[in-house]
Design a protein around this ligand. Structure first.
Ligand SMILES: Nc1ncnc2c1ncn2[C@@H]1O[C@H](COP(=O)(O)OP(=O)(O)OP(=O)(O)O)[C@@H](O)[C@H]1O
Length: 659
């Protein structure tokens, strides 16, 4: 894939993406976290890159959100979805959903939504999702009981980079290998030329060792499982609870995971455990065995009356002969029993196998003495033997387990990915449910929009208290209405629904049909009159708008406040005329509807949000605009109310006539 063809991807980012294992799939699936793993790519940038790749795939020119207010409304829509995601992955992945004018893109997301809406969001699944994260690659793994050996400089460099977990050694001849075999439990020789050498120890001639990490460093694979155990288990749990089809046998996976500890060591093997304990406890057990023998012998000596023949006594005194010789003669039997006791203690406390017990016997082996002392050389030999047996056992178990788990490596990736994608779908499903959403229908030919019972989730009132609003517009229209009648909120609702629909998502309404718009231009109400410079640039913005592409939706909130009312009405009328000619769909909220209509050369429609009355000083409002109806203003409504109530209504009636 030509990464630089993706909008927003330069040479440097393209090079960074190329370093990923499978950048094409990551870009295709909008896998933001994998993209963010490329060097120097932040999470925020990853979402933008994924969006760029999608745009390119759908030949989408971009720029649907044409104004700041359009963009902030999109941010609001995105937040509503992201608040419903459990994992960081889903939060980021949702950022790849954006409003597009392309039907193919909208359809692509609608397929995802179809799946999403079929899910029943369940709190147990959401809880389990809390433990799912993308798999982590363990780093800094070191294996110290094996090494790689080669006489070739190139192989040596390759060994260092391909198997950083093992130390690589340069050897000249068999003697060097022999030396390595003394320090390492296993030596993997990479050169065929050493085949046939006869060396004590575990030396294996394995020219393709660097391509067999599962044999040479099974720890590499095991550490992936060990490091990610919790997230893999959580993903498996998500599959069970949500009834997802798992990509592998979950019981076999859990069995494999239970055989390796968090730090990658093998658990659950009795023989390995026995050897580990024996190595660890050897020194202490020898000490205790010594005490057992000496305690016995001490007691035996104490209870004995030893008769020394005169000759012996003389030789003891004259020749300084050691008492040991006496011991040998007088206490031979007790000495033997003491040694036997120490040997039995050692063999039993360390659960030694017969051939190990033979080595252990040599620790207390020698002429009778008191106290009885261990033979350090024999302890050393037993220790070496036990350590080598432990390492051999561990390595063979690791290799065996790695072989079992190797087949699960791919499926485990899929397992975690499925769970993370489910989180994306559940966020959409929950959004759809929380706001009683419906899938919008796209119309062809272009006929504006028609919303039935739309309810904005962005209002400052609880969603249950939001009044449903019906509103449809085809062409260019003015929206009039009482103060605080809900005009701005209605523009927000229209904007939000249009954005969500173009993202491919469900919308908060009973039904919606709309045309596929090319861009959304939403201008928020300006804060007061603009100075000459700001006024000029605003006017220029509208100038550009008029000369732009077809099929746009333009929402403008009280543009009149940018300058004095008379001039505003003329300017708005001019803009409306141009938009009408362009065939745009537009809603302009204004309190100057009459004046604008008067200034306009074309027939501009006016809709109105009506107050239905005043109750206890509060306006009662029908939030759905009445089509082709100029709404009465609040002052008009109050004058009308007074005219109806006063006993002498002449004054109020004269005021009313002026409206
Ligand atoms: N559909 C609705 N359901 C419930 N409350 C609503 C709805 N629409 C608007 N409101 C309430 O009315 C308030 C005023 O709405 P909004 O600001 O949209 O009115 P407006 O007509 O634009 O006012 P102004 O003419 O003063 O600019 C909102 O803050 C909200 O509390």
């Amino acid at each position: 894939m030509e990464f630089e063809a993706i909008p927003g991807v330069g040479q440097k980012t393209a090079a960074a993406l190329a370093e990923l294992d499978d950048p094409e799939t990551a870009l295709e699936t909008g896998d933001v976290l994998t993209i963010a793993a490329a060097p120097g790519v932040t999470d925020g940038r990853a979402a933008a890159i994924a969006r760029g790749a999608i745009q390119r795939r759908h030949d989408d020119p971009g720029g649907f959100l044409a104004t700041d207010r359009s963009k902030s409304l999109y941010d609001d829509a995105l937040s509503l979805l992201q608040e419903r995601a459990v994992t960081t992955y889903a939060t980021k992945r949702l950022e790849t959903l954006y409003p597009s004018p392309r039907q193919s893109r909208i359809n692509e997301v609608r397929e995802l939504v179809d799946r999403a809406l079929s899910h029943e969001p369940d709190t147990a699944v959401l809880d389990a999702l809390g433990g799912v994260e993308p798999l982590e690659s363990p780093s800094g793994l070191r294996v110290r009981d094996r090494c790689l050996a080669t006489a070739d400089a190139e192989q040596y460099a390759k060994a260092k980079s391909k198997m950083p977990e093992l130390s690589a050694e340069v050897v000249d001849d068999a003697r060097d290998i022999d030396e390595l075999a003394r320090s390492y439990a296993t030596v993997f020789v990479l050169d065929e030329s050493f085949a046939g050498i006869d060396i004590d120890g575990d030396v294996r001639i394995l020219p393709d060792a660097l391509d067999k990490p599962e044999t040479v460093v099974p720890e590499r694979l095991l550490s992936v499982f060990a490091t990610n155990r919790d997230r893999i288990m959580a993903a498996a749990e998500v599959h069970r609870l949500a009834g997802l089809e798992p990509p592998c046998d979950l019981d076999a996976l859990e069995d494999g995971l239970s055989r390796v500890d968090d730090d990658g060591t093998i658990v659950g093997d009795d023989e390995l455990r026995r050897l580990e304990v024996a190595v660890d406890d050897l020194d202490a057990a020898v000490g205790t065995a010594e005490s057992v023998a000496n305690d016995y012998l001490r007691d035996a000596i104490k209870e004995r009356n030893v008769t020394i023949e005169g000759q012996d006594f003389l030789s003891l005194v004259e020749q300084g002969a050691r008492v040991d010789s006496l011991l040998a003669r007088e206490l031979d039997e007790d000495f033997e029993t003491a040694v036997k006791k120490s040997r039995t203690h050692l063999t039993e406390s360390l659960s030694l196998a017969p051939e190990e017990a033979e080595l252990a016997d040599r620790i207390f082996d020698g002429d009778p003495t008191f106290p009885i002392n261990r033979r350090e050389d024999a302890v050393g030999r037993l220790k070496n033997e036990l350590t080598a047996a432990r390492d051999r056992r561990a390595t063979s178990l690791k290799t065996e387990l790695a072989a079992d788990l190797a087949d699960l490596r791919g499926p485990v990736d899929q397992l975690v990915r499925n769970a993370l994608e489910l989180d994306v779908e559940l966020a959409i499903a929950r959004f759809g449910r929380d706001f009683d959403c419906v899938m919008p229908a796209f119309d062809d030919p272009e006929t504006g929009f028609e919303i039935r019972a739309g309810r904005s989730p962005l209002l400052d009132v609880e969603f249950e208290d939001v009044d449903p609003v019906d509103y449809g517009v085809e062409g260019v229209t003015l929206l009039s209405g009482v103060n605080s009648g809900g005009k701005t909120s209605l523009l927000d609702l229209v904007g939000l629904i249009v954005i969500l629909a173009h993202m491919g998502l469900p919308v908060p309404a009973e039904s919606v049909r709309l045309q596929r718009f090319t861009e959304l231009h939403y201008y928020a109400k300006s804060q007061g009159t603009l100075d000459a410079g700001a006024f000029e640039s605003t006017l220029k913005e509208f100038g550009d708008l008029i000369s732009g592409a077809d099929g746009r939706l333009v929402l403008v909130d009280e543009l009149e406040s940018i300058t004095e009312p008379g001039a505003s009405a003329k300017i708005i009328a001019g803009i409306l005329e141009a938009l009408d000619t362009q065939g745009a769909t537009a809603v302009f909220v204004s309190h100057l509807a009459d004046e604008i209509r008067e200034a306009s050369a074309v027939d501009v429609a006016v809709d109105g949000i009506q107050a239905t009355g005043l109750v206890d000083g509060k306006l009662q409002v029908n939030r759905s605009p009445v089509k082709n109806h100029l709404a009465r203003s609040t002052p008009e409504l109050i004058v009308e109310k007074l005219a109806g109530e006063a006993t002498d209504a002449t004054f109020y009636e004269s005021l009313l006539e002026k409206f």
